[in-house]
Design a protein around this ligand. Sequence first.
Ligand SMILES: NC(=O)c1ccc[n+]([C@@H]2O[C@H](COP(=O)([O-])OP(=O)(O)OC[C@H]3O[C@@H](n4cnc5c(N)ncnc54)[C@H](O)[C@@H]3O)[C@@H](O)[C@H]2O)c1
Length: 351
Amino acid sequence: MKNILVTGGAGFIGSNFVKYMLNEHSEYRIVNIDALTYAGNLENLADVKEGTNYRFVKCDIRDSATVEKIFAEENIDTVVNFAAESHVDRSIVDPQAFLTTNVLGTQVLLDAAKKFWKLNPDDKYDRSFREGVKYLQVSTDEVYGALGKTGMFTETTPLSPNSPYSSSKASADLFVRAYHETFGLPVNITRCSNNYGPYQFPEKLIPLMLNNCIKGKPLPVYGDGLQIRDWLHVSDHCKGIYTVLEKGRVGEVYNIGGNNEKANIEIVKLIIKAAGASEELITYVKDRPGHDRRYAIDNTKITTELGWAPEYTFEQGIAETVKWYLDNQEWTEHIISGDYANYYDKMYKNA
Ligand SMILES: NC(=O)c1ccc[n+]([C@@H]2O[C@H](COP(=O)([O-])OP(=O)(O)OC[C@H]3O[C@@H](n4cnc5c(N)ncnc54)[C@H](O)[C@@H]3O)[C@@H](O)[C@H]2O)c1
């Protein structure tokens, strides 16, 4: 059995990944560490039982003593690092949390992996590591910056992040690269496009709009709404990460994307239709500073080299997702009754 440390496993993608692995790949034991920030929600994992295959530990990835203790106790041989501050709007209000969690936290995990996996830890020139270990960094297409009307991000596109969020993710990616180049740590980096699906925190576009539709509240659309994102169902992202864990060439970056470019306003109108709401709810608000205009992922490397392909069509994925949020309004309500309500006012009241 392999022992995989999943960080940020109480968040949107991490909780989907934990469940995917437990259901589909029982050869892995999952140790999930999460600091349970505003975005971490253990209700996402309500149906996952602690036991031989799964353990949860409340732990901040910046806490090197606890991270090292878990590496030792659990004989960790694989890391998948989802833990991050992930919301661009929040990074504009408070960049420092992004720097400390996304960059320093990543470096703490890399150091622990190096310390526990290196065969001769006292020899700084020795690059040999235990068989079968891997560190996988879950990154984002946002590290590449913005595209014009044409073109796509490939793995060799220069990093050109524009927000404090994407800058922190790009910095973390460079540290992951450096630990591979300098120490020989076996790593992969995945860079995925926008995810959608169940358990996404209701500050992100799709659950936010859907929830406002249900409540008959205005739908705040940034600028002209023509910012283009490339959408991928979260379960296809999880399968892509697993594929890279198993088959990815050490040291390589893999883009993960679904060839689904949609303007934000298109998504909003699709949600309005699915929820049976009115387009009159659309309210254009002042654009986010530095808002990237277009992202598009070239997924040729992961599809041709590793044989991964998205299974969801966008139409099927969005229909299922809308149904999930409609059937699970209590889940959203539990979140909204907390910190989220204040945050919402702060972000949109004067926009
Ligand atoms: N959501 C997307 O569309 C998308 C796309 C590409 C890449 N990503 C990347 O995937 C990862 C997960 O994204 P998400 O949308 O699930 O985010 P999320 O905000 O829903 O979840 C992040 C999780 O990390 C935890 N966390 C935050 N700081 C922590 C810390 N210091 N120590 C331990 N845990 C901490 C939070 O409690 C939360 O459970 C992120 O690294 C993000 O950059 C996200």
